[in-house]
Design a protein around this ligand. Structure first.
Ligand code: NCD
Length: 315
């Protein structure tokens, strides 16, 4: 694998390979000194044109735990502010000598564009509304770990909220469907793409009737920064219709798990404090973020000698 830009490009075998590899990285991260020399001499640059907390920090931590060197590109202090184009920026960073770009950008397709301009690997850390493949890997891994199963046949994943603007939803729909889950989208029509008939999903405009058949409840934030105009009449009405409160939690089956990619908007989609929900996986999603991104960087960069490197990681 040269790049990780979308779940479709990764495919079923790639998805399973990375999820299996993540188990080794979880083991590394459980050691007193969670660091291995696997990527010594490689350089990873994070190129974030959009805000991020979890994704950026977990990629940088992942690179360091594999002993790669890291470079951080900060738009606000870069020559982008002097009018330098994205292409010139990418070519300049490539000339400095990097092995992988981790890219987040508000426009769809930028990671594909960048991979035309550099010989380095490109990892998509979120492009517009389009894809966020490592978040889907995190979420699939977290469900595998929590439910102790490798495939999701017979499970219903209910994704609630702003599907229209969500790259997390698009990547998760592809990944969970590949692993056999039934995927149901719950949103008002204004927060759904105009046509989802080609997606492997069912759609419901009401949350309450879906709760009883949900195994994995996945809440999304209203991504207002990506909205051209208001898509909901007002936040209170949205929260009442689609927000998760204690009454709705009580309607979930006992075994159902709760997920959210963060950042959370408390009082909107989360009317309940998730720390009071026994089956919340939200903290595990964040901590698995490091192990999953280690697996991705290892898979992309360990190269020819990856088998012996893996032995090193596992030892
Ligand atoms: C998401 C993102 O940026 O796409 N967050 C994340 O990476 N964990 C979701 C969001 O912004 O709502």
């Amino acid at each position: 694998m040269k790049h990780l830009r979308s779940i479709d490009e990764l495919g079923y075998e790639g998805l399973v390979r990375l999820l299996d590899l993540t188990n080794h990285m979880v083991e590394v991260n459980s050691r007193p000194v969670p660091k291995v020399p696997a990527l010594r001499g490689r350089t990873v640059v994070s190129l974030f044109f959009e805000d991020s907390t979890r994704t950026r920090l977990s990629f940088e931590t992942a690179a360091k735990r594999l002993s790669a060197d890291t470079m951080t590109f900060s738009v606000s202090t870069s020559s982008v502010n002097k009018g330098e184009s994205l292409r010139d920026t990418v070519e300049t960073i490539t000339d400095l000598g990097v092995d992988a770009f981790v890219v987040r950008h508000k426009s769809t397709g930028i990671p594909w564009q960048i991979s035309e301009w550099t010989s380095a690997s490109v990892v998509n850390a979120g492009d517009g509304w389009h894809q966020h493949p490592t978040q889907a890997l995190v979420d699939c891994f977290t469900v595998r770990q929590a439910l102790r199963r490798e495939r999701f046949d017979g499970l219903t994943l209910t994704i609630v909220g702003d599907i229209k603007h969500s790259r997390v939803a698009r990547s998760n729909i592809a990944a969970f469907a590949m692993l056999g889950a039934r995927v149901v989208l719950v949103a008002p029509p204004t927060l759904l793409p105009p046509d989802v008939s080609h997606w492997p999903v069912e759609v419901s405009h009401r949350l309450d009737p879906m709760l009883g058949e949900t195994d994995i409840l996945y809440m999304l934030r209203l991504q207002s920064e990506r909205m051209a105009q208001g898509h909901v009449p007002n936040l209170r009405e949205y929260a009442e219709t689609f927000g998760l409160d204690t009454t709705r939690v009580a309607k979930l089956p006992q075994h159902a798990v709760l997920m959210h990619p963060g950042p959370m908007n408390r009082g909107v989609e989360m009317m309940v404090d998730p720390s009071t929900i026994a089956n919340s996986l939200i903290h595990q999603q964040v901590s698995n973020g490091v192990s999953v991104r280690m697996a991705v960087l290892f898979d992309l960069l360990a190269g020819e000698s990856s088998a012996s490197h893996l032995a090193q990681v596992a030892s």
